[in-house]
Design a protein around this ligand. Structure first.
Ligand code: ADP
Length: 286
């Protein structure tokens, strides 16, 4: 029996039903699985429908993130808890397992501290943004996750997180999955997206990087652009927090979870001997 964290992306082509079918069959054979999901695509569409289209910020380190004001938090919460979780829970139920959907504020599952300022790059100058409601993850309520797993339920988890002093704050779902995998002592973290894995050339799906050790991560990070950068950062955090393997795999394949477990995708492993770095301090402020 192992502990596995699966992060399902929401990018076009992702087969959420196939991910849930695989998870259900692994759970039925006794494995403990936590499903984490994002929902950028759904949140963008809902924001457009509600007259609050998304806006993005580019950090000085080249990572694009969602500008999060109170209305954006509403949209994110509605997209995650109101649209994506019911869908995932339905697929899991249909495949024979019961699931409980939660965003980070439920039972203070994902606690975070709001970033007081973010340095962004706009055209050729640097600006400081003070009113963005995003945070650094500080703690995971593992007790709640164990309660659910012990009761036979699959936890289905998504951002936003909670800053106990101010309420909801946005966090990246891949990094939340990494924090959960670390806190729960998971053996493996699967980050499933609509690409074969990390590609040398994002426009060439045959240019897959098959294996990366911690030492090669800076180079891997250089190939990753846009949102893929956050997945590689999440993988780096997970490995530093003693997760033994991270696979960035393809959510469009038949049996996407089994395929990633078999190593299809980009497999990221710690260098030996296992390095001990605090997972929350490793990569700085993205
Ligand atoms: P999800 O919602 O599934 O988590 P994201 O859209 O957040 O997915 O991130 C995956 C995207 O990252 C891919 O669809 C791809 O366009 C982009 N990307 C950028 N650089 C790379 C790279 N080097 N290899 C693979 N994908 C990349």
């Amino acid at each position: 029996m192992f502990m596995l964290v699966v992060k399902a992306g929401g990018a076009v082509g992702t087969d959420l039903a196939a991910i849930c079918t695989d998870i259900a069959s692994l759970v039925q054979s006794g494995e403990r699985i936590i499903l984490v999901h994002g929902g950028s695509t759904e949140a963008d569409a809902l924001g457009e429908q509600l007259g609050h289209p998304p806006r993005f910020l580019m950090s000085v380190s080249g990572v694009r993130s969602r500008y999060t004001d109170p209305a954006t938090l509403d949209v994110l919460t509605m997209a995650m808890a109101g649209r994506i979780q019911p869908l995932l829970i339905k697929y899991l139920l249909r495949a024979g397992v019961m699931a409980v959907g939660m965003i980070g504020i439920d039972g203070a599952l994902i606690q975070a501290q709001r970033k007081s300022a973010i340095k962004i790059q706009e055209n050729d100058h640097i600006q400081i943004v003070h009113d963005d409601l995003t945070g650094h993850i500080t703690e995971i309520n593992t007790h709640l996750l164990h309660l659910l797993l012990n009761g036979g339920y699959v936890p289905v988890v998504a951002p936003p997180a909670v800053d106990v002093t101010i309420g909801l704050v946005n966090v990246d779902a891949d990094r939340a999955a990494a924090a959960i995998a670390i806190a729960m002592g998971a053996e493996k973290l699967l980050l499933l997206s609509n690409v074969p894995g990390v590609l040398h050339d994002p426009s060439d799906p045959t240019s897959l990087i098959e294996e990366v050790s911690v030492r090669d991560l800076p180079q891997c990070l250089a190939y990753a652009q846009g949102r893929m950068k956050l997945k590689v950062i999440a993988a780096q955090e997970a490995l530093a927090g003693r997760v033994r393997q991270v696979v960035i795999g393809d959510s469009r394949l038949p049996h996407p979870v089994y395929q990633a477990l078999k190593g299809k995708g980009t497999v990221l492993k710690p260098a030996l001997p296992l390095e001990t770095v605090s997972p929350f301090q490793l990569v700085g402020d993205f």
